[in-house]
Each structure stands twice: as C-alpha cells, then as structure tokens.
Design a protein around this ligand. Sequence first.
Ligand code: APR
Ligand code: ZN
Ligand code: ZN
Length: 362
Amino acid sequence: MAQEVRGVIAPGKNEPVRVETIVVPDPGPGEAVVKVQACGVCHTDLHYKQGGISDDFPFLLGHEAAGIVESVGEGVTDVAPGDFVILNWRAVCGNCRACLRGRPQYCFNTHNAKQKMTLASTGQELSPALGIGAFADKTLVAAGQCTKVDPTVSPAVAGLLGCGVMAGIGAAINTGNVGRGDTVAVIGCGGVGDAAIAGARLAGAARIIAVDIDDRKLEKARSMGATHTVNSKTSDAVEAIRELTGGFGADVVIEAVGRPETYKQAFYGRDLAGTVVLVGVPTPEMKLELPLLDVFGRGGSLKSSWYGDCLPSRDFPMLIDLHQQGRLDLGAFVTETVQLDEVEKAFERMHGGDVLRSVVVL
Ligand code: APR
Ligand code: ZN
Ligand code: ZN
C-alpha cells in the first residue's frame, strides 16, 4: 500500500520550501522504503531550491540521511526491514566500464529508485534531491543506496556521512591519499574543510594547516585537528603555507571553497611533487588561468574529489566504527537539530557562518 507522509518540497525556483503531504509507493524490485530518522541540511539542497542544479521542480529535498529500512522490494538481499542504514547518492552498478576497471567511484550507471514519489494534492511527480529526498518521514530509494551500519550510533551523526562530511574526509583519505607524516593544508574550513582536516588527522598527517578568512572557522578547525591556522585575509596564504612546511609547500592541499583564487592558492601552496585536491564545487561561469609553464614546472597531481571518492559499503561502516571508538568526532559537525518545518530557517542560518550542519530529526 502506498503511504502518505510529510515531505519538504521546493515548489519552484527560489520559492520558499514547505512541508507537504507526499505519496510514497511500495518498494518495487531492487527498491527499499526507509523510515528517515535524521537528515542534514546541505548547500546542495539550497542549490536545488535556487534552480542551480536542474529545472525539474518540484523537488523533494534532503540527501544526508540515516534511518531504518521499513520494507524492501523483490530481489533485495543486502538489506532487510529493521536494518539501520545510511543513504548514499551513488549506488554503483558493478558492470559498467568504470566498475569493471576497478574504479567504481566513476560508475556511469548509478542506481536510483525507478518509481516516483508524488505530491498527494496534485499527483505531480517529485524529483528527489540527488535521488534521495529524505526531508520526509519516509522515502523510496534503490536498495543499493542503503548501507548498513552499527545501529547504536546516533542517526543525526550517521546521516552526515551521506554527503558533506564524507566528501571532506574522503578528499583527504581517498582522493588525496594523505599518509603518515604528510603535511596537509586545507583551504576553506566549513563543514567540508573541517571534515578534510579530521580525515587528514585520521591518516596520520604531521602538520595540518587550516586556511580561512574567518577566525571563528579557524578556531573550530583547531578543534577538528588543525595544528596551524592561517587567516588568508590578513596574511598571504601561499607564503604562510610555505613557511610552515620548511619552504616546500604542503604534500597535499585540499581546496574546500570552490573558487579560482583559492584554487590558485592550493596550486602554489603545494610541494613540487604534491597533490592538489579540489572538493569545493565551482559555479559554471568560473574560469581558472594559470601560466602553463607553472603547470609544467611542477610534478605531482591535480585531482578533483567527487563525494570524497567514497565507496559507501567500504567507508561508511569504517567511519562509524572510528566514531564509536572515539577516534573521529562526527558529533562535532552537528551544530543544531531542527524539525521538518524548519528547513527554510536552516537555509537562512547556513550563511551566517555559525552553522556547520543543521540536522533535521524525525
Ligand atoms: N579563502 C579561504 N576561505 C574562504 C574563502 C576564501 N577566499 N571564501 C570562503 N571561505 C571559507 C568560509 O569562511 C567558510 O569557512 O570557506 C568555508 C566554506 O564553508 P561552507 O560555506 O560551510 O561550505 P561547505 O559546506 O564546507 O562546502 C564547501 O565544498 O562540497 C563543496 O559545495 C560545497 O563548494 C562548497 C564547498
Ligand atoms: Zn558501474
Ligand atoms: Zn550534500
């Protein structure tokens, strides 16, 4: 039986989001219905609302979620009703060229639910944000989007791994391959940058240099594991990074802002053989200009990190385990918990600079 539940809808470009009654169908083959327990508010949800990602309104927002599997469709064996899961927006196929070549992070055929959730009032089909749509009491996803983790962890904490925090940690441990003794600089210390700092600490980095234009962010970055901080409004980021790395530049520089000027700082702030990881998301009109000779004259690598190059089934349980052991404080990313009807307010607070994550709890 299809069910009617509450969901947060972005009805049209830049219109305020609102709670509506939505219809969630029974899971079809390969699908699962999940009772959402918590879902973080991410910049990408705001971008959907602003029409910056697609024109496919109305959207059912929310995509950083954890909850309990309520029911599964035909052929689903990896998860069962009652399982506590984190949702992911990249359920890989296992069969495409990328998957077969051992690079599932670049899978071409990621799975989403085939059936559509709809608006109860009009029957209109909803576009779930990143194929998830979890600002809702229940949501329909592909079973492969569900990763089972230790059920004793707090849902508000677990859900964060579904997007931003995973992107940051993964930028350090997966894409950047930070190793023991490395020097790491992280430019931009919001939720993603702080997660990159936490990831660099886990990986055993010797020095972790946090760069931001806001002293409050730098203070928080220290509590996440930064060993040094640079305010790039008052001092030159590249010079400061060089000074703190014996003149060489950092082994890994993680750019977590998504702007040409901070990318340039990352480019020039790395060691000659170092790695630049771009995890901040630029806008379509942004352009980068660099002397080609400077690109030629440096070895190392320039990488981008999409979803922290994560493999949910490998990374989510491992990171939850580290959190449970007290070796990774995922709770530090939760600034506040809010109700389903407070998402619009949470968007407003996102820009104040005081919030790493608002998490909707259900
Ligand atoms: N130099 C250094 N830091 C900057 C600069 C700059 N020129 N401009 C902004 N920042 C800092 C802000 O002060 C803030 O601490 O970057 C941080 C951005 O943090 P958030 O706005 O909280 O964004 P976050 O969620 O961390 O995401 C960062 O990663 O995944 C992407 O889409 C996401 O592009 C975004 C980026
Ligand atoms: Zn694939
Ligand atoms: Zn997100």
